[in-house]
Design a protein around this ligand. Structure first.
Ligand SMILES: [Zn+2]
Length: 133
């Protein structure tokens, strides 16, 4: 009995078939980094050009008696507002491009994206709140 093909596996195969222009590992790694920068650029343009969201950042202050479990109640995202439809669409496209090259990187190195996601999910579930990076 064969395992069902997942969206992740389909995407990985699709990238494998369509990643022709930047086939060298050097091109893929640099395109991955470039598309990551474009994700950040789209985020910042939503703030500075569109204005649908804003960033109001300051030092994160935790009470002295704050337990590890309560940290989440005191931390701020520093993000205000919501993405408008246009900015959401732009960011989704940039994240998609970034995923494309991340997947291309996995393909080149013989890494299975679905296995990576599964292992990471297990690690996060096992470590829970102690999963700090
Ligand atoms: Zn916007």
């Amino acid at each position: 009995m064969t395992k069902p093909v997942t969206t992740c596996q389909c995407f990985q195969e699709n990238v494998q078939e369509n990643l022709v222009r930047h086939f060298s590992i050097l091109d893929i790694a640099s395109k991955f980094q470039e598309t990551n920068a474009r994700v950040n650029r789209a985020l910042f343009r939503a703030v500075t050009d569109c204005g649908c969201i804003s960033i109001d950042a300051s030092k994160q202050i935790l009470p002295d008696d704050c337990s590890f479990e309560d940290v989440r109640n005191y931390l701020k995202s520093h993000l205000q507002g919501q993405l408008c439809e246009n900015c959401k669409e732009v960011l989704e496209a940039e994240v998609g491009q970034n995923l494309f090259y991340l997947t291309g990187l996995c393909n080149s190195l013989g890494l299975n994206l679905e296995e990576i996601i599964h292992k990471e999910a297990q690690r996060v579930n096992t470590l829970g709140m102690f999963h700090l990076r």
